[in-house]
Design a protein around this ligand. Sequence first.
Ligand SMILES: [Zn+2]
Length: 162
Amino acid sequence: MTMSGLRRIGISDPKGVDRKKLMVFVEIDRCATDAIMALTGCRPGKRTMKIRDFGKMAATFINLESGKSVRVVARTKKKSPGGDVGGIPDYSLMPEEELFSISEVQVPLRPEDLPGKPLRSVVCGCCGETVLDGREIEYQGDSLCRPCFEKNDYYQLKEVLE
Ligand SMILES: [Zn+2]
């Protein structure tokens, strides 16, 4: 998946000479993400890997220099021509076009999405916590963090300790 993506956007040395040219969006929080991280050197903390947790075995590889971007999706439905091993297709027998669906795409990136120092920092008008990199939402003249704006968080507050 990684090799197909990198080849098509003209990146051959993601950890070497091409290391500042590459960004990857992954759409799953499973081992494929770790594999892509290991092969490309892209990491969330370097802001070169973005995780969109859609539960899909898919990733988009972006050449930041040329703008060329491809989205690679692992095909799961088709059976392999050489028969399946215990229900799992024998991937080694399958040509690339049967393994993956590959599309050329365009990914709008804002300056705040790119590697480098934070470009912006605001304080949420509701919870008072700091929001970096333009992730705030302007609402009725206030800057709000996304959970305050959506009134929806992944946790439920039990008690403020300090
Ligand atoms: Zn807030």
